[in-house]
Ligand binder design. Structure first.
Ligand code: ADP
Ligand code: MG
Length: 258
């Protein structure tokens, strides 16, 4: 088996609703299920990854905002989850302010990278769920990451905005993080009944070639139900197709090396 040296994976695409959070939550849970020690960092002020893993955001006294803005140590915000081996650094709506507050900070793009340095040794994988924008929260995530996973929804306009994302990645590589590389592109919400899904899939493969994961995530109702129960799919419906494909993705991620 190939060992991945870079272990910090950002899940990014500035489009909303492409399954960034669904992938962050379920990939993290499936990696933990096979014995990996995993930290999920929720960098989206909407905090969907946090609630998707059952974190009661109202009861939190601190979150990733305090790490980025108040220099709180990373370990002070990390909480464990129902899945053995999976921890989360949660976010709350307070994080929305960070996008503006960071602007005036020195080394504003390096806050997350610096914060993760103190705990990176404790985990096999750190997965970062990015917000749907290319602002400072995403820049912090791309600067902290070794690898990038880009989910693409198999819908019309799927490729729109990808040029912008690729430009941002190039700028980050040039100025902030020369080590950043693309781990893979993940086709999500694939619908076997439509030609459109196949067409999008073909186009994405033309553009990204062998960077596209062999695992394709189909539309699966259980995957969309699980977050409202605060559970990853492997707890909510462990035998569902959704659980099966995210287990397969986790296998591909552990096998894909550099
Ligand atoms: P993002 O984080 O990119 O905004 P989400 O992961 O929140 O996207 O997904 C957007 C919506 O689509 C959510 O309601 C989610 O439950 C649903 N969803 C994601 N993946 C699937 C899937 N494979 N099948 C069905 N629904 C999905
Ligand atoms: Mg999200």
């Amino acid at each position: 088996m190939v060992i991945i040296i870079g272990q910090i994976i950002a899940i990014a695409n500035q489009k909303g609703g492409v399954a960034k959070t669904t992938t962050a939550v379920n990939l993290s849970a499936c990696l933990a299920e096979v014995g990996k020690k995993v930290l999920l960092v929720d960098m989206d002020p909407q905090g969907n990854a946090s609630s998707g893993l059952g974190v009661d955001k109202l009861s939190l006294t601190c979150c990733i905002y305090d790490v980025l803005i108040n220099s709180a140590p990373m370990r002070s915000v990390i909480v464990s989850t129902q899945i053995k081996g999976l921890d989360i650094a949660p976010s709350t709506i307070q994080l929305a302010g960070a996008e503006i507050e960071l602007v005036a900070e020195i080394s504003r793009e390096l806050k997350l990278k610096r914060a993760l340095e103190s705990i990176v040794d404790r985990y096999d994988y750190i997965i970062i769920d990015c917000p749907p924008s290319l602002g400072l929260l995403t820049l912090n995530s791309l600067t902290a990451a070794d690898l990038l996973l880009i989910p693409i929804q198999c819908e019309y306009y799927a490729l729109e905005g990808l040029g912008q994302l690729m430009n941002t990645i190039k700028l980050v590589q040039r100025h902030l993080n020369a080590e950043l590389s693309i781990l893979g592109v993940l086709l999500t919400m694939f619908d076997v009944r439509t030609n459109l899904s196949s067409q999008v899939s073909e186009e994405v493969k033309k553009y990204f070639n062998d960077k596209v994961f062999s695992t394709v995530i189909p539309r699966n109702i259980r995957l969309s139900e699980a977050p409202s129960h605060g559970q990853p799919i492997i707890l909510y419906d462990t035998r569902s197709r959704g659980a099966e494909v995210y287990r397969q993705l986790a296998k591909e991620v552990t096998e894909r090396g550099y």
